[in-house]
Design a protein around this ligand. Sequence first.
Ligand code: PMP
Length: 296
Amino acid sequence: MYFSDDTIVYLNGDWVKAGEANTSVYSQSLHYGTSVFEGIRSYEVNGKARLFRGLDHMERLIFSSHAIGQPFKMKANELMQIAHELLQRNHMTEAYIRPLVFSAPMMSLSFSEEAYFMMCCWPWKKLLGDQLTTLAISPFSRPHPKSCKIEAKIGGHYVNSILASTEAKARGYGDALQLDVEGHVAECSGANFFFEKNGVLFTPSRGHILPGITRDTIIQLCKKLKIEVRQQRIYTHEVFGSDSAFLVGTAAEVTGIKSLDDQPFKKEWSTTLGHHLQKAYESTTRSEEVWEKMHF
Ligand code: PMP
């Protein structure tokens, strides 16, 4: 198991051992999915733990909690300090950090008047290393933006992600490519999606996706590297038989995709824009100099 009961976690103002941390069985989040969270990677750069785009993640946590009316009062800088102390207490520099805002005991169907807060971390290598993955188009569409706050990272949304990823894995694929309810390409169960055609990159525009921080980093890197990226509505037939594809997310970083529904992408991964960006992303997350220049 990558997470451990022996690590120290932050819970509502205290530092406690994960195995000894307690919360109420009446937390509304446990029953109805009313939690919001983040996944942040810390990289060791010149011997120090650097949270890649840490402040952006903390701001998104605050945005998500406000999107569902949680009375969460902590500021992004305060959250960053807790994250650094968390790493120090657990003697980690390369880690995945999970802040979680969840609700106090409450069983009614309105938002809780009190927000609880937890932050934990664990060592987590890149999910697939440098391997390519395979995707299947999922029978589970992404939730419609008219039925939820699609741009917020809300615990309850992940039932949809888990249904999609479990179904794809049961059929032998690495992950699910989910469509929106109108049948356009949206995103993977826990990552955003890009594909390459004739030297141009395409990615679904905002509206039916979680607009990831990694997606934004990739778009910024493309500007710097003069790679054209089009954010637009995408049909599945445009993806099939295109040159290459990859998924991006904090946990997955940049992962190449071998095939979609068993149809391979044309180019050898090492010759693709995705591979080039994978290397650029790796050096961005690990280089103090690039980091400062790009103002992350
Ligand atoms: N889409 C979904 C559904 C996700 O869960 C994630 C992971 N947070 C992403 C996209 C990528 O977001 P980020 O790059 O901010 O990690």
